[in-house]
Design a protein around this ligand. Structure first.
Ligand SMILES: NC(=O)c1ccc[n+]([C@@H]2O[C@H](COP(=O)([O-])OP(=O)(O)OC[C@H]3O[C@@H](n4cnc5c(N)ncnc54)[C@H](OP(=O)(O)O)[C@@H]3O)[C@@H](O)[C@H]2O)c1
Length: 87
């Protein structure tokens, strides 16, 4: 089954694209933000009519930390795997 990943999605193009995908398709959308994932999810869904909020998952990701040990990549991969297994 098709799905989309948008990173980042807290504002700008990613934010607009995520809203567009949710309102014009039926695919699940995996989006990322570097902080306040629940606030970002709520902002993305704000005002979208007839969109199932379960289609949107927002994960925390700061790309400046990609190569540093404090980013728990196994945990991030595990969340993505778990999210995709529900699709
Ligand atoms: N807008 C255009 O028309 C356009 C056209 C062509 C190319 N682009 C390029 O597309 C990209 C996005 O443009 P935009 O207009 O959407 O920019 P924007 O409104 O400034 O949004 C930037 C996004 O990047 C996130 N971000 C910044 N640093 C990050 C980090 N270290 N880790 C993870 N996320 C980070 C921000 O998150 P926070 O909210 O947490 O700060 C925000 O979601 C830019 O590279 C821009 O040059 C834009």
């Amino acid at each position: 089954m098709a799905w989309c990943m948008v990173t980042p999605a807290s504002r700008g193009i990613g934010f607009a694209l995520t809203r567009h995908l949710l309102s014009t398709t039926n695919v699940p959308v995996l989006a990322t933000a570097r902080k306040d994932t629940s606030g970002v999810k709520s902002n993305i869904l704000d005002g979208l009519k007839d969109v199932d909020s379960d289609r949107l998952t927002v994960l925390e990701l700061d790309v400046t930390g990609m190569y540093h040990s404090h980013v728990n990549w196994p945990a991030f991969h595990s969340i993505i795997k778990s999210t995709l297994s529900q699709i």
